[in-house]
Design a protein. Structure first.
Length: 447
């Protein structure tokens, strides 16, 4: 029998002794029955451990939040280096010096970027609502006056993108998220439909697969003909700076590519410090063409007299410059990388069984786990009964519906390292048990 992960009384994983790597589907009926019994025993031991662990959301850990504790003593002055009194109204586009830092980090010009409140998701929602109610720079009419509005959604993807669209009654069509970005051929076909008004992309270390959109794929998305003149790419670069290795991947330059392709207003980029400083008190950023920025601010003026510039100044003093942000992210990497290594170590016990595939991201906050089709929901149920909370199966698909019931998003950032190891060993046991149950049922040997 191949190596599998077994739960023992010490709460650690131990490999079985067999040396070959025969896929579980090729086991004899007798060996499959033995394997199933072993996994049931391991699972009962897992339940007996009395766990209460959570891998549901990609939140920064307390250790990571403590890295930015210095923010609580800042700013040392209410006045910015350029003389802005940050306590007062005004400056809808945000503090210039902080915008300059993140313009450098995101590869955009200063007049292309806005610094806002604490949530990039709010900025995404504001842009979406603005397009629906008013139309954009290249719109023929407000989207609310269209018979149908459809978005392309690469899957697996970020659940909050999809719930936002569903909330506004916007239809969703899916394309596969590949290692180098969304399936461009599929996107090209879909944008021939004038009702297809936009698409979501997490371009760097995508949620949850860790995929990175290459410059080549980004160029194709920027240049592809679209029937809708206001087709808009929502470029959610949430993890652009969240590297797990010293080999730091550079994000594709979508704004320059769109401009060069004759579609300068096609992409709107979003980013934030939510997972860099304080998740609930960071700074969000929007970047696009100068015309799109003016359009955004023209609508924001009716919602705000200016963002929290005191918080902008606090972040400016804390980071100092772009290199200060990079140094801070290296400290995040030191905290996160061992947890992602623990995920890989636990799942490695499933290798060769043919019952699971998973990503090995070099950045971001998630690992995407694909299990035997038809068993993802069962894996999540088993984990819950054993005291391990996982994101619901299908969460990475529009409407929470994974047609193959195969994908599970793993979020190892928040728990302490020891808990990640324990939880992931338990997850591996649940994956093995769910797979064995299904194969035994299919073979008529489940009892």
């Amino acid at each position: 029998m191949p190596q599998v992960t077994i739960w023992n009384d010490d709460g650690v994983s131990t490999p079985s002794s067999a040396a070959d790597h025969t896929p579980l589907a090729e086991y004899s009926r007798e060996d499959l029955g033995t394997f199933l019994d072993e996994q049931r025993t391991a699972y009962e031991e897992l339940k007996g451990a009395g766990l209460k662990l959570d891998l549901t959301r990609g939140k920064p850990s307390t250790e990571q939040l403590d890295l930015a504790a210095g923010l609580l003593d800042l700013p040392t002055t209410p006045t910015s280096p350029s003389g802005v009194d940050t306590r007062n109204y005004g400056g809808l586009e945000g503090l210039g010096e902080l915008r300059a830092i993140f313009a450098e980090l995101l590869g955009v010009d200063l007049d292309q970027i806005v610094a806002g409140g604490n949530s990039s998701l709010t900025m995404m929602h504001d842009v979406l609502v603005g397009l629906r109610l008013h139309g954009g720079v290249t719109s023929e009419r407000p989207w609310v006056r269209e018979e149908q509005v459809t978005f392309i959604c690469p899957v697996p993807g970020y659940d909050r993108h999809y719930t936002m669209l569903a909330h506004h009654g916007i239809d969703m069509v899916t394309v596969p998220m590949l290692d180098d970005g969304p399936d461009v051929a599929a996107c090209r076909e879909l944008v021939k439909d004038p009702s297809v008004k936009g698409m979501w992309i997490v371009p760097t270390y995508a949620n949850p697969a860790g995929s990175v959109v290459t410059q080549e794929v980004a160029a194709e998305l920027a240049s592809m003909p679209a029937a809708a003149p206001d087709f808009t790419i929502f470029w959610d670069n949430a993890y652009a700076l969240h590297h797990l290795t010293e080999d730091e991947t550079k994000s594709a330059d979508i704004l320059s590519l769109c401009a060069a392709a004759g579609h300068p207003h096609r992409a709107v980029m979003f980013a934030s410090t939510s997972k860099i400083t304080f998740a609930g008190a960071g700074v969000a950023f929007l970047a696009s063409s100068t015309e799109n920025v003016r359009w955004y601010l023209s609508h924001q003026q009716f919602a705000s007299i200016g963002p929290d510039k005191v918080n902008h100044l606090r972040h400016l003093e804390f980071f100092g410059d772009a290199d200060g942000v990079r140094a801070h992210m290296a400290r995040h990497r030191a905290s996160l990388a061992p947890k992602f290594a623990a995920v890989q170590e636990a799942l490695s016990g499933l290798e060769g069984l043919g019952i699971a595939e998973w990503t090995r991201p070099t950045g971001g906050y998630f690992v995407s786990l694909d299990v035997v089709p038809g068993t993802a929901t069962r894996v999540v149920e088993l984990a819950k009964e054993a005291g391990i909370a996982l994101t619901p199966a299908g969460a990475s698909f529009p409407y929470g519906e994974d047609p193959d019931d195969t994908n599970i998003r793993l979020a190892p950032s928040f728990p302490p390292l020891a808990e990640v190891r324990t939880a992931m060993t338990g997850v591996a046991t649940c994956v093995a048990l769910a797979a064995a149950e299904k194969l035994a049922r299919d073979a008529g040997t489940s009892d």
